[in-house]
Design a protein around this ligand. Sequence first.
Ligand code: 2B7
Length: 645
Amino acid sequence: MKPSASYGAEDIHILEGLHAVRKRPGMYIGNTSTGGLHHLVWEIVDNAVDEHLASYAHTIAVAVHADGSVTVEDDGRGIPVSMHASGVPTPQVVFTVLHAGGKFGVGGGYAKSGGLHGVGASVTNALSEWLVVDIARDGALYRQKFASWVDADGTEHVGAPVTTLERIGDTKRTGTKVTFKPDARVFHGQVHVQAALLMERLQQIAFLNAGLRIQFRDERTDERVEYAYEGGLVSYVGFLNEGKSVLHDCVRMFGTKDGIDVEIAFQYHDGFVETIASYVNSIPTHSGGTHETGFKAAYTRVMNEYARKHQLLKEKDKNIEGADVREGMMAVLHVKMAEVEFVGQTKGQLGSSAARTVVESIVAEQLTRVLQEQPTLAHQLLKKALLAAKAREAARKAREDVRTGKKGRSDLAQLVGKLTPAQSKDRTRNELFIVEGDSAGGSAKQGRDARHQAILPLRGKPMNPEKAKLSDLLRNEEYRAIIATLGVDVGASCDPEGAHYGKVIIMTDADTDGAHIQVLLLTFFYRYMKPLIEQGMVYLARPPLYKVTMTKQKRFVYAYDEDALAALTREHGGNVEVQRYKGLGEMNPDQLWDTTMNPSARVLHQVRIEDATKAERRIVTLMGDAVEPRKRWIVDNVDFTQYDV
Ligand code: 2B7
């Protein structure tokens, strides 16, 4: 494209501005890789969202075209087409002046736009090969084009207008449409816009702005989606909790104070993890900040007040801690305010102190009302919080008992006394074998590598963690011994870094009982020490099922499953003697070492959670009331990781 508009003296300053963006793109869009590329889209989308927040735009459409260019369109008022005080059309100011919104007073009424956002259209223009803006307003359609190019004599043009604002037709609609092509020279040739990235953020924006409809289409693949959520944050929480068992209907709290809008939705699920997704003016604050601090402070205070008032906490009791009242909470917090201040450069953390006071006061007032109006919910949440507090305290105590070797009323110390520790103190190399039964424990103890392998024998069958309350589990010797030996907390504060062992290996008999114990222990780890599974620290030992002696050669091998046995029998024309191992105890220490414990010979199955929801379903199927699937699982003794529900 060739320039056709001429420039006045004022334009020199303007062009210098955009040249600066080209020179140091990172300063304006963070980087010139994927993040920066998509930033070009967000600058434009943010302006459209601002027009929605001003109550004019209802629909935003985003399209990626076959040539890699992107269109963003809104049905708002349309950028004013009048001449700006500087003597150029307003759209030209918007697309060629850095921080046009702030400096030139364009777009008044966008009080609650995203801080540095809403003023970045010129940045997108500066880093594009070309940009076209179409404006529908006052019955007419207008267009202006911009481009970046280098003349034959080396003169560089950045985001320069190549047409002036032209009236190109009539229309009854109103709105703004911006189409641009990211400049490959800026992005090292990598200008492929990713649909998945756009969709994720567009959906998020739709959740955060109830009533806004966002359409997306990718003309490269013909993919189309539309995001529109009348429920706003409540829909968002529902989406985030999808696949989880939730404990109650989503709660919504909202209010406005000192010009700051606050909205919060929360809903607990039966897990431990606390998730608070917070935003300011639709911008994610991944590192939280003042709004989150205010929310947490008010939430903890009001819950404790309620607990005391209703005798759930006695006078002598300590307050429930924040982490305990938030265990299993899924929350979204959105604050809208003017003059947003972020901590640091990355916008990840809100710094405005007004947000803390306002959120705190609105949450205090609203949550007090919610608890009053819904006493059943209030009691449910507080009981859960008290249980979380108890669990944490019990886990701490269980570990302390072991550390101090204290003999209490319980015979925990005695049980942990059964632990045969590893000689090494290297927690990354050390392995804890949780072994079924005392006799197998004895063989394991004698057969092990004493430097790095510790043996914890279990008495009977551990309690079913699916059926028992956590408070009961924590009274159970087996689980207390495991918690104490591993040295990690259960629930939200479970930190694998603190574990005394790098590997936890469950070693049970290759029979139904053994399989059952495996499932019980895995359920326990899944429910209460999930991070250990996530970190790949939990394993199942796989002892052999058969000892197969080749009668002619007078030697033997181990068979780990029926297939291997069948193959051996076939191979040796039936001249085999088969010994079925019924339990680990039938193996002598050497055999146990050779077949099951020796790191260079054994078969271990790493327990993984590829998909937490699937795993949860699996556990419920295996451990719930459905007898048939559990039976099948136990009979098959299928490896946990390969079991497909
Ligand atoms: C701060 C600048 C960028 N602006 C307006 C008015 C409406 C408007 C815009 C826009 C992106 C792609 C489709 C204000 C604000 C400029 O001043 S920008 N709509 N949409 C947009 O960029 N969408 C406006 C007051 C009265 N009438 C119109």
